[in-house]
Design a protein around this ligand. Structure first.
Ligand code: SAH
Length: 395
């Protein structure tokens, strides 16, 4: 096995079980590894630290498979990791056979580059890294066996794969074809999910706890749900007694699915409106028309994908938050989210505060929200925390 030797003093983070190795920490390789190849990581003196999947061209040059010299990546390790991941979701109470959750969350479950979401009896698998791709067959077999799945549908249509030299791949990986849509339930709601064409794996399980928070405050309120996708927040709000919800999204298929989800949850047609379009434009238009709502939700896609784009991304977050604040009635609530890992909670709070000032209002933080716990965050690798949200109530 090829050895990856670290520079002096650079073993410290691995000794603290951090799961990522950056290229700047590497002194030398014993040979040139291929993308995805397993390497033996050692400290400067040659002492074993970890097994890692190597991406020689990437800044994130190594992703740890195991810190145990007797446990290299392979069936035994994978089986153990899959079992631990499933056990953790049972602990979280996410084992409703007709429900869904993130079952395997990449490095946070010790399987860097593998994401598996469960939709009832079916699994959707996404492989983002060459390390996992090398063991694809083992994973498909183990996932079927260990998790008793009816079928696995693969959604490895991820642009990041190109950086690892991998082509995109979608389609049935094992077992039966999942129905279209798959109906799942969550906290008394039902959602129809198109796992073949939906965004990511089809549904945003990472907002489960935020849907609960929306439900908690929605009674009697009018709601503007921006970046609505298939209407998760809309269903939560209306089931909890909201008066009316407007969903805004640029994707017409997502809005059609939102209408379907609302009808399936027995919401009257008069209680919601779906507006296709660009949120930035629609917020400006509503502000010009002096429209008001009791609750505005802003759950945009990732605006910051690199440190270089941070300033531009911050401006976009601030822009929509300012407009959101402007559209609120007195006592109204703004729910704003950022799923950019590079955006720290402190910075996001500051942006929200700046936006309130610019909107000529002031508010109080009611709750801080974050990714639901099946999108687990290892203590050793806090960079896996990406989704944060604030509920702010204005005066
Ligand atoms: N709130 C959703 C998830 C949002 S994902 C949920 O809880 O399920 C982000 C959504 O924003 C996607 O549906 C995408 O189609 C939409 N989107 C991205 N850019 C947009 C824009 N400029 N205007 C409107 N919608 C946009």
């Amino acid at each position: 096995m090829i050895e990856m030797r670290l520079k002096k003093e650079r073993e410290k983070s691995l000794l603290r079980k951090h799961l990522w190795i950056f290229s700047g920490a590497v002194e030398a390789f014993s040979d040139s590894p291929e993308c995805g190849e397993t390497v033996r990581v050692t400290d400067h003196s040659g002492k074993f630290l970890a097994y890692a999947a190597c991406s020689p061209q990437s800044q994130l040059i190594g992703r740890v498979w195991s810190f145990n010299e007797n446990m290299p990546p392979g069936k035994e390790l994978f089986q153990q990791r899959i079992r631990e991941a499933a056990e953790f979701r049972r602990f979280l109470g996410l084992d409703d056979p007709e429900g869904g959750c993130r079952l395997i969350n990449s490095e946070a479950d010790g399987l860097p580059g593998l994401v598996v979401d469960r939709f009832g009896e079916f699994l959707v698998m996404q492989i983002s890294a060459a390390g996992v791709e090398r063991f694809r067959e083992e994973f498909v077999e183990l996932l079927m066996k260990e998790l008793g799945a009816k079928g696995i549908y693969e959604r490895s249509d991820l642009p990041v794969r190109a950086k690892e030299g991998l082509a995109e791949r979608t389609g049935l990986a094992a077992g039966e074809q999942p129905p279209n849509p798959i109906i799942i339930r969550e906290n008394g709601m039902r959602f129809a999910v198109d796992v073949r064409h939906g965004q990511k794996s089809g549904f945003y399980f990472d907002q489960r706890e935020s849907r609960r928070a929306v439900a908690k405050y929605a009674d009697g309120r009018t709601v503007l749900n921006c970046f609505s996708y298939t209407g998760g927040f809309a269903v939560a709000a209306l089931k909890a007694g909201a008066k009316h919800v407007i969903n805004v999204d640029s994707s017409s298929p997502a809005l059609r699915q939102a209408a379907h989800n609302l009808e399936m949850n027995k919401i009257n047609k008069e209680q919601f409106e779906n507006v296709p379009g660009d949120v930035f434009e629609i917020l400006r238009q509503y502000a010009a028309e002096k429209r008001k709502f009791d609750m505005v939700i802003l759950d945009p896609p990732k605006f910051v994908d690199s440190q270089r784009n941070l300033t531009r991304g911050c401006r976009a977050y601030q822009d929509i938050a300012r407009l959101g604040f402007q559209l609120l009635n007195p006592g109204g609530l703004l729910f704003n989210f950022s799923c950019s890992g590079l955006m720290t909670p402190e910075l996001f709070q500051k942006i929200t505060a700046d936006a309130a000032l610019a909107a000529n209002t002031d508010g109080t933080i009611v709750e801080k929200l974050h990714q639901s716990p099946d999108h687990n965050i290892p203590l050793s690798t806090p960079e896996t925390f990406y989704l944060k949200g604030l509920i702010t109530r204005i005066k």
